[in-house]
Design a protein around this ligand. Sequence first.
Ligand code: ADP
Ligand code: ASP
Ligand code: MG
Length: 826
Amino acid sequence: MSGEPSWVVHKFGGSSVADASCFLRVAGIIQARSGERSAIVLSACRGVTDALYELVALAQERADIEPAIGAIRKRHTEIAEALLSAEQAARYADQLDNDLRDIRGVQHTIQLTRTASATVRDLVAGYGEIWSSRLLAFYLREQARPGDAVKWIDAREVIVIEHGPLGPIVDWTRSREGMAAAIDAGAETLLVITGFIASDQKGAQTTLGRNGSDFSASIFGSLLGASEICIWTDVDGVLSADPRRVPGASVIDSLSYNEAMELAYFGAKVIHPQTMGPAVDAGIPIRILNTFAPEGRGTLICADPKSDLAVKGITSIEHVAMIDLEGAGMIGVPGTAHRLFGALREADVSVILISQGSSEHSICCAVPAAQVDRAAEVVRDAFDRELRNGQIQDVAIDRDLAILAIVGDGMAGTPCIAAKLFAAFGRAGVNVRAIAQGASERNISAVVDAASATRALRAAHASFYLSPHTLSIGVIGPGSVGGALLNQLASQAERLEREFNLNFRVRGIASSKRMALFDRGADLADWRAAVESAAQPVDIEQFLDHVRADHLPHSVIIDCSASEDVARRYADFFERGIHVVTANKKAHSAEFAYFRQMADARRSTGAHYLYETTVGAGLPVVRTARELRETGDEIKSIEGIFSGTLAYLFNVYNGETPFSAVVRDARERGYTEPDPRDDLSGLDVARKLIILSREMGLKLELADVEIESLVPKPLQGASPDEFLARLPEYDAEMKQRFDAAYARGKVLRYVGRVTASGEASVGVVELDRQASLANTALTDNIVRYTTRRYSANPLIVQGPGAGPEVTAGGVFADLLRLASYLGARI
Ligand code: ADP
Ligand code: ASP
Ligand code: MG
């Protein structure tokens, strides 16, 4: 055949021939190929093989099979009528009816005997490929250009196999003879071949197993000496994970035969595991392509792929159970494994994974769930004596498991792959039951609970395929601070992505009433409209589930609310591995037991917690305390003005304008909370003091803080209006304090102070006029750290300590700090 263009085998799966328009698409793909001779291997139309197996099952139950046969007939004749001339369509229907008559005959026997042997089942199931390929051959013949020779080949006349314990074994000598007889050397330019079916040694029809058309394609590739085998399907190639389970799975450029085989064995259904054999032996590259997007490059599977990815794909096997043989009697005794697997082999149980600790104290193996009871029974029999005399304690069964495998040739010699996988599992809260790694290091498998399999897949996928700096963000409290933060994110997101590869996806925004959830991340330019139009009532559970998307590597809740309820959930967030960035003081100033609970939860999952803005907004107040202590300094006391509102009130109050008027004016300027008592009560300052005391290593509770409230007792229960109306009644008292201080050359300031010995107080104090705390501007905060290192001349942090923009900026800085903890280089 020298001088002739080489053969290329094109296999189209069931999804590629689902209806008439699919057939047209297939024909179009083939007609566009030039410079090759095409051999098309076709699957049955989508769902037809299943329907045929179902037919046999119906017959066994003696149910009426006519409706099912009618449906199968209709499916094919409709496509034929759409594609073929009336004359050809009628011819096609005749042949179909002949086949259906044969099938009815077989079904009749099944109905009578109520049994169907594998041979009979295969005989019926194999018709799907005959009908689909015959239909395509009819169509291509009608469309053929003069000189084109389209030949339909029934694979039963070519491929001869024998069923072995590891699957079908091809009789290459007889198959080659069959091939030679089927084509007139060099005459054909286009072959249309049935997939899936073959003959056994005795000449009876058989199949290559479910999804076997891939294997057919590879066998024909070898028989024809093809230069390439194209497997056309409904996805863009072999994906890094099953796209139905892992959103964001991406096409793998190239795979080695071994990698593809490993992925296929471990459930990447896109290609049948046996496909590789004939192609490898003949060195034929395989390409996986998308019938519905034929221009794509697909995935190339060959001997020596060019790729520097260590992990190529992640896949899973479902419906697995584990048998665990445990006992001190096995230590150092040779032959236990041999007896175990010997027993399983006798019972025809296939072992998917084996794991044995080097202590030899236990061996466990994973088997298909459907076989586990039988497996346990034969193992118990085999070790009956040892079980009775206690050398083996138990043969335990563990059900409802799945196996997850990461596959890639490049894993060999790349350190840290396993660490990365198990770290991802840890973060996602996936419990690993057993682990196996082959000596080839091409595959690391982990047995996990079936219920966490998808989560495990997504977590593993995210850690190997996504930028580790992809952060799923949920913002709680889109009010003044939260709103400013979202605007700041909107203006910086593009730059952060470009410069630092940071991918911030705001996947949820929740106010106290409603929440907006976004699949791909909110369009930040438009976040306000999205929140305003959100109709979903807020449901924190659902919000968390959405934000903690398993397919993204990290999630963070940014709490810009002042909600106690939300603060009480942090420990739960941490337990789920969700990081928290917060401007809300309520969690960190809650009782010490909760503070400890949060710390424990964080330790168990490695979740991060950033709360710099809870004291002094954007000023580095918390961080300074922490760093002093962490670097070995001793903090003797921290004191300062921690409330912008109270700073303002005492900066402005000069003993002339009544204090109540200053409060009223501050409220009108927006310097106080809507109810000024929230500021005047001192509670907020006390909370900040608690936060700092915890930074100093103290175990103070809010109740330990001596608080001087500026809300007169009788007005504590009043309405906000009444409070403002009656506040002047107390002006005289404040004036008296002011004048007394003034006479001593001092001024009044509202100061918080905590010392190393655990004294904590907030309230009005008299300060020298020159004191640093007495000389701040407007709403500035000021914090003074007296430490061993900074003793004579304390360290001071001062500046604007409130306001939405600076607070949001501080939260944003915490978010960036989080990203850098997670590995981003900022
Ligand atoms: P065909 O009918 O073409 O033989 P299949 O349904 O047998 O197609 O196989 C293709 C399907 O395999 C895809 O639609 C996809 O849902 C599934 N699949 C599972 N794992 C993977 C993977 N790793 N890459 C691509 N597809 C996968
Ligand atoms: N039609 C067969 C099946 O559904 C073979 C195949 O499509 O590959 O299993
Ligand atoms: Mg398939």
